[in-house]
Design a protein around this ligand. Structure first.
Ligand SMILES: [Ca+2]
Length: 578
């Protein structure tokens, strides 16, 4: 009996198909007993863990029942927390889609990996952790939304949505089949692709990295047909800060993320262009393009099911909306927003359940680390907002649930300040692969396995760049500890905010000029300078990124920005230069 045969037997023994189980088990045990185990076979027995990385797009932790069940029940996502650890202070370094993904893949802050905003494509000369894992013998696959402006490197298989992708009948860019169109609902399709890969392409002899990435619940929200009746008839509790007046926080006041004023009537609220035309009211604008790109993609059957529910909403809107006062208009739009946003999450939860079931049924749970996260959080009416970007908790924090049987104690919680910056090194650590010294995160394995003596982080760094752009959130950087946030808005506004996280968890008061916080302020300023130095960020880099962005905006324009405001910024920049 040769060595290769023995290896095959041992591998089969570890993950046997059910019908072969007893037979192989007997032969395997006999073989091992006859030949004994040398060091090479022991090495094979110590197989490296599989990694299943599940990420949704814009999934607020407020919409996961393991965190908070006042809006929705997510029993399947919650299974991961029950099996493992729920992080209550997990955050991102830059709360916006593609930059977050670049941080996750590179283990480097935005100012180092260069992907600071959604505007410019990702620099593919960056080394990513999937490339390293692939070289180390991992089988790698990615399905769903990447949102990078280019294709992923280091994957044996991928099927990704172009850009934001579509909810209905989406197109995919694939590694081996070119661009394809698939009929159906995007969350179901991404899951079908994932399960299909697990069933037919996964090599049982290799450990694998599977990135299963949902488009949902990204705007413009379109839920699966099967959830439309239930969710369009629900009423949700309002957040306490729905009517925030932004006192003492000028950047928040300038942000264009108001549910009342900045959602699209057609694509977000699903008010049909014909309804708006019939109402002939100045406050209602038609965004035909966005409507066409979302609802317009439905086929006849899908559209009939959609209209069966949304016709009633349009009738109610037409008959009642304009007579409401401003507060009630906000309430109406908040309910409309929540119904559709949470409706898309229902199918994410169902589909995560399908993948967990498969892993369980095929004995893949035991040696697999499963992560559920989002590329950042999202405002669900807090401060009157939808969207993300600002360093306030609902978008700065992100859900993070990690299961790893036998390694992570089931049902545990951690409030450590962990970030999306840490994923790359965590996965390399899990795989037993060297972590490149220029990565800037830290492995979360000590926290996961209860070795807290190896973890001592007390603050994290945040930096948001995309301005002037859609939603008009000023550029800002910040240091965040468990107790405080010190934030500098530096373009186009220039001022500081200090938030007392424990006293003011809703983040409504800027304490920066409050004398009671003088010594805390001083300490935080010092720590902020240290953390910027540690990560290699600086005012010079800020200026470099402003120049690159504004030079391009002045030449090519930018989508979704108020023309007058943009001209003001350009004019001010010229004056400052001279
Ligand atoms: Ca996102």
């Amino acid at each position: 009996m040769n060595y290769a045969y023995l290896c095959t037997l041992i591998i089969l023994l570890k993950q046997p198909p059910p019908f072969m189980k007893n037979f192989i088990y007997l032969i395997g045990i006999t073989t091992i007993l006859l030949l004994g185990c040398n060091s090479k076979t022991e090495e094979i027995l110590q197989t490296r863990p599989n990694i299943v990385f599940i990420m949704s797009d814009d999934h607020a932790y407020q919409a996961i029942s393991a965190y908070d069940n006042s809006l929705i029940e997510t029993p399947n996502i919650d299974r991961i927390a029950k099996m493992g650890m729920l992080f209550t202070n997990a955050s991102v370094t830059n709360s916006i889609c593609a930059p977050s993904r670049a941080v996750i893949l590179t283990g480097k802050h935005s100012h180092i990996n260069g992907k600071i905003d959604n505007h410019f494509p990702f620099d593919t000369t960056n080394v990513t952790f999937p490339q390293i894992l692939q070289k180390a013998g991992y089988q790698t696959a990615m399905f769903g939304k990447l949102h990078f402006g280019n294709n992923p490197k280091g994957f044996d298989q991928f099927k990704i949505l172009p850009g934001q992708g579509a909810y209905y009948n989406p197109d995919f860019i694939t590694k081996n089949e070119g661009e394809i169109n698939v009929k159906g609902y995007v969350t179901d399709i991404i899951t079908d692709m994932t399960l299909d890969w697990l069933k037919t392409e996964r090599k049982p002899e290799d450990p694998f990295l599977l990135m299963y990435l949902h488009k949902a619940p990204h705007r413009s929200w379109l839920m699966a047909e099967r959830h439309m009746e239930e969710f369009t008839n629900k009423t949700f509790p309002e957040p306490a800060t729905l009517f925030d007046t932004y006192e003492g926080r000028p950047a928040a006041a300038e942000a264009e993320m108001s549910i009342l004023n900045h959602l699209s009537w057609t694509s977000d609220d699903k008010i049909y262009p014909e309804t708006i035309n019939a109402m002939n009211a100045q406050e209602l604008t038609i965004d035909e393009g966005r409507f066409e790109n979302s609802v317009g993609r439905m086929n006849t059957g899908q559209l009939a099911n959609f209209r069966a529910q949304y016709d009633k909403i349009n009738a109610d809107f037409k008959n009642n909306y304009l007579a409401l006062n401003e507060e009630d208009k906000m309430r109406w739009r908040y309910q409309r927003y929540m119904q559709d946003y949470l409706g898309t999450i229902k199918s994410v939860d169902e589909n995560v359940g399908r993948v967990l079931d498969y892993l369980e049924e095929n004995k893949l749970m035991e040696n697999t680390i499963i992560v559920y996260t989002s590329d950042q959080g999202f405002y669900l009416g807090e401060h009157g907002w939808f969207d993300k970007r600002l360093v306030y908790d609902e978008s700065f924090k992100t859900p993070l649930l990690v299961a790893w049987p036998d390694k992570v104690k089931p049902g545990t919680t951690s409030d450590e300040m962990v970030q999306n910056l840490d994923f790359a090194q965590t996965f390399l650590d899990v795989a037993g692969v060297d972590q490149p010294s220029d990565m800037q995160g830290e492995s979360l394995v000590p926290i996961l396995t209860g070795k807290m003596e190896d973890w001592n982080r007390e603050a994290v760094y945040y930096h948001y760049y995309e301005y002037p752009a859609e939603h008009m959130v000023n550029r800002h950087y910040a240091i965040i500890t468990k107790e405080y946030k010190l934030i500098h808005y530096y373009f186009d506004l220039d001022y500081w905010e200090l938030i007392d996280r424990l006293k003011d968890p809703k983040e409504l008061t800027n304490e920066y000029d409050n004398p009671a916080y003088a010594s805390i302020k001083e300490k935080l300023h010092k720590e902020l300078e240290e953390v910027r130095k540690k990560y290699g960020d600086s005012d010079e880099l800020n200026q470099k990124y402003i120049n690159t962005f504004m030079d391009d905006v002045e030449k090519n324009g930018i989508f979704g920005v108020n023309k007058k405001k943009l001209e003001e910024i350009i004019e001010k920049r010229k004056t400052n230069k001279n």
